[in-house]
Design a binder for this molecule. Sequence first.
Ligand SMILES: Cc1cc2nc3c(=O)[nH]c(=O)nc-3n(C[C@H](O)[C@H](O)[C@H](O)COP(=O)(O)OP(=O)(O)OC[C@H]3O[C@@H](n4cnc5c(N)ncnc54)[C@H](O)[C@@H]3O)c2cc1C
Ligand code: SF4
Length: 260
Amino acid sequence: MSSHRTPGIVSGRLPQEALARNFADHPPPLDRHEAAVAADRCYFCHDAPCITACPTEIDIPLFIRQIATGTPDAAAITIWDQNILGGMCARVCPVEQLCEEACVREVAEGKPVEIGRLQRHATDHAMESGHPYVRAAPTGRRVAVVGAGPAGLAAAHRLAVHGHEVTILDARPKAGGLNEYGIASYKTTEDFARREVEWLLDIGGITIEQGKALGRDVTLDELRAEFDAVFLGMGLAGVNALRASGEAHEGVQDAVDFIA
Ligand SMILES: Cc1cc2nc3c(=O)[nH]c(=O)nc-3n(C[C@H](O)[C@H](O)[C@H](O)COP(=O)(O)OP(=O)(O)OC[C@H]3O[C@@H](n4cnc5c(N)ncnc54)[C@H](O)[C@@H]3O)c2cc1C
Ligand code: SF4
């Protein structure tokens, strides 16, 4: 049994209860009443600075109003129409530096509307009812998507909605990209990355081939010959080197590999 005094690199320094606490869902989801109270704080600003601050430009006041009026599933559609991975973003997006930092109530009172938690409330609620999108009639067109990270999945979903057939190739054994391999598990409990991918694939028309890498197992020319279009969504692999002495020592890992 290790403790905080055990020398060297060892696991199990913390007692089980501390580990369970550290990896619990935090902050916990809002219940219906809490969500209604949180949504009521939104001023429904005409020139909403929260939307401008959101990298995916979700219509935040609209989805918050939909929660306030008791239609969280409509709120989820507002979010997903703009960002189909809105469930994960609700959990991991650094809202305190984006929409919530820009919120007029943060500026005026130091307490923003809880946009991230409200987004989670809406998407969690709607995900319980299954997949809400319907595919258009088949177009007969086939598209290859390289990379099953957020970019590739979002592209694949939108293509499938428009009736195209999509094949995703991913080098790794699991889909999700950094949502699966790069996000610390205390931010996304209960295997949410995997569940969100499964939910997204319920649209139909998308096949994922895991363990298949562009450049190793297939070439771009082969994909262009086989498919009508190719979308490249391989992400930005690699991390900045620390350039600190000793970084090549045994036991030293970069943060992304450590999280994976
Ligand atoms: C530690 C960390 C924390 C982060 N935290 C947040 C956060 O809190 N909030 C937030 O919004 N964003 C966060 N991000 C950023 C977010 O994860 C990325 O912006 C997002 O994952 C990029 O999506 P992507 O699909 O472009 O790339 P990736 O997620 O990297 O996915 C690329 C996919 O392509 C596959 N691939 C790569 N090369 C090939 C090949 N040759 N052939 C086939 N497949 C290939 C990979 O296996 C992978 O599945 C974080 C990133 C890191 C590293
Ligand atoms: S800035 Fe704040 S109060 Fe205004 S619309 Fe956005 S969330 Fe609501």
